[in-house]
Design a protein around this ligand. Structure first.
Ligand code: PLP
Length: 419
């Protein structure tokens, strides 16, 4: 109870964690503390900041939009930023996704996806209400998001509120067929409305990567059994895995897809759930009970939509893909020195995400190694927030070679300290 702050922070045990560091400025890949220290944002401020903090084009778009329209009810009304954004999203996401539903966080985009799936089957008159999910998944912290996510210490107190989900084993190396068999068996038992997956990499579950062919097979199995395939691209979207969206690498078109985090370049909260036309059409009826009953007060906030449009323009105008490829190359080089290093294990990478585990440590999120690593990095001016004994990097795309050199050097030093 030592703090004078009235703020209750997320995922923070106030009794043991140091006081929150006040940040007063962000620029590019750097944060500046109130007392003038600089911190390199190696995890893009919880995976949202893609091009860097305060990208000028996004800042300008926000300022311009504020001068025209700040907010308007989105039922019965619409506005140009939302209309333009929806059209643009349809054009760049996998084909067959034809409708866009707005919300304001990754978690709510998942709730929307689950409700779309269940609404679809009800309106089709088929008894399908069960959801399949991958073991170890993370889909957000609302009740539905927690229900389809992994169960554990994070949600144990709330388990009475969570609905039951069937788990498919994570397709780890040489266990891919087992996972696909389990998916097939679950689909065959019937009653399945949808499978929800994080394509190619489980994020909060520990940066666990699986290959595109498995993603493609999962989609194929779902299609065979008429099970809707929900891609939660909240983290993987906007270039994180090397392509704009992870599903592209497997040539997969989901039936429903969730995007958030980098949607506004990390500047403002916004999320979208895209779906195929038949899902929209199942709700389209003169029968008002078939309405899609979902909204949040700030659905499609115009300022957030303007920021997202600016993000899409940056993707068109600037060499974002080249930057991403550059970061990926720097990761490969940076990780190289740890491949034969006994202190670290499970060295892995996908696109702009690099991860490695401290060897021989008590794994698990609650192990005290995570906070010790975090403090070690922070003392060196780096924001890196390990998941248990997993150190991962997910830097903004404006990061330079010398900045990433600093990070990899620090990983080596901190690994020594921990030993
Ligand atoms: C972060 C995340 C979410 C939740 O997004 P919020 O904006 O934090 O609610 C959902 N799914 C995945 C895969 C995520 O990484």
């Amino acid at each position: 109870m030592k703090s004078t702050s009235a703020v209750w922070h997320p995922f923070t045990q106030h009794a043991v964690q140091p006081e929150a560091t006040p940040i007063s400025k962000g620029e590019g890949a750097w944060l500046e503390t109130a007392d003038g220290r600089r911190i390199f944002d190696a995890i893009s401020s919880w995976w949202v900041v893609t091009h860097g903090h305060r990208h000028p084009h996004i800042v300008t778009a926000i300022k311009d939009q504020v001068d025209r329209l700040d907010q308007v009810i989105f039922a019965g009304f619409t506005h140009e930023p939302a209309e333009k954004l929806a059209r643009h999203l349809i054009a760049i996401t996998p084909p067959e996704l034809e409708y866009v539903f707005f919300s304001d966080s990754g978690s709510t985009s998942v709730e929307v996806a689950l409700k779309m799936a269940l609404g679809f089957w009800r309106h089709c008159g088929e008894k399908r209400s069960r959801i399949l999910a991958l073991e170890g998944a993370y889909h957000g912290d609302t009740i539905g998001g927690m229900s389809v996510g992994a169960r554990g210490v994070f949600n144990a107190p709330y388990s009475p509120l969570l609905f039951d989900v069937e788990r498919i084993p994570f397709p780890s190396m040489e266990r891919e067929e087992a996972a696909l068999d389990a998916l097939n068996a679950a689909c065959r038992r019937g009653g399945i409305a949808a499978l929800i997956v994080e394509p190619l990499v489980l994020g909060a579950g520990g940066m666990l990567i699986y290959p595109p062919w498995v993603l493609a097979e999962m989609k194929r199995v779902c299609k065979t059994h008429g099970v809707l395939f929900i891609a939660d691209e909240v983290m993987t979207g906007w270039g994180r895995t090397g392509t704009l969206f992870a599903c592209e690498q497997a040539n997969v078109t989901p039936d429903i897809a969730c995007y958030s985090k980098g949607l506004t370049g990390g500047s403002l909260p916004l999320a979208v759930t895209l779906c195929r036309a038949d899902i929209f059409e199942a709700h389209y009826s003169t029968d008002r009970t078939r309405t899609f009953f979902h909204s949040s007060s700030y659905t499609a906030n115009p300022i957030a939509c303007a920021a997202a449009l600016a993000n899409l323009e940056i993707w068109e105008r600037e060499p974002v893909r080249e930057r991403i490829a550059g970061i990926a190359r720097l990761h490969t080089k940076g990780l190289d020195r740890f491949r034969e290093d006994g202190r670290l294990t499970n060295v892995r990478q996908i696109g702009t995400i690099a991860a490695l585990d401290i060897a021989d440590s008590d794994a698990g999120y609650m192990a005290d190694i995570g906070p010790r690593l975090y403090q070690g990095f922070l003392a060196r001016g780096l924001l890196i927030r390990p998941l248990g004994n997993t150190i991962y990097l997910m830097p903004p795309y404006c990061s330079t070679a010398s900045e990433l050199d600093l990070v990899y050097e620090a990983i080596s030093e901190v690994a020594d300290e921990i030993e």
